[in-house]
Design a protein around this ligand. Structure first.
Ligand code: ZN
Length: 127
């Protein structure tokens, strides 16, 4: 990732909030279910601690909940209100879509939570 990447693209790419270069997760594939939660202890570029304190990511659960509810409301609007699907059709399709996006939602909420407390500091690069 180039140094000029914006905060928005760095969040989407799940990169370090301080340098916008290091990867937040050990394995790049969000959909590898066994490995999706593995994070390095610190950024490989700027050495930012990715878990500032024990239990830090508990708060990310609330972000994940909010993202999931927002996604479901979005699905409700286009499936139920615009297309006129039946309630059970909405529930089944929404459940399938949620199951598909859960790995990315999990990572994205952790990334957002870390971005809330850590600002971009491009000068903190190591080496
Ligand atoms: Zn970094």
């Amino acid at each position: 990732m180039s140094k000029s990447s914006s905060t928005f693209t760095s969040i989407l790419a799940l990169h370090c909030p301080r340098c916008h270069e290091g990867n937040l997760f050990t394995h790049p594939n969000s959909f590898s279910y066994k490995k999706m939660i593995q994070m390095p202890k610190e950024c490989s570029v700027c050495n930012l601690q990715f878990e500032p304190e024990p239990g830090f990511y508990w708060g990310a659960m609330f972000l994940s909940y909010g993202l999931t509810v927002g996604f479901s409301v979005f699905n409700f609007i286009w499936m139920y209100l615009i297309w006129g699907w039946l309630t059970w059709q909405f529930l089944v399709v929404n459940a399938v879509l949620l199951a598909l996006v859960i790995p990315y939602t999990f990572r994205f909420s952790r990334c957002l939570y870390l971005y809330i407390i850590q600002s971009f500091e491009p000068k903190n690069r190591v080496g």
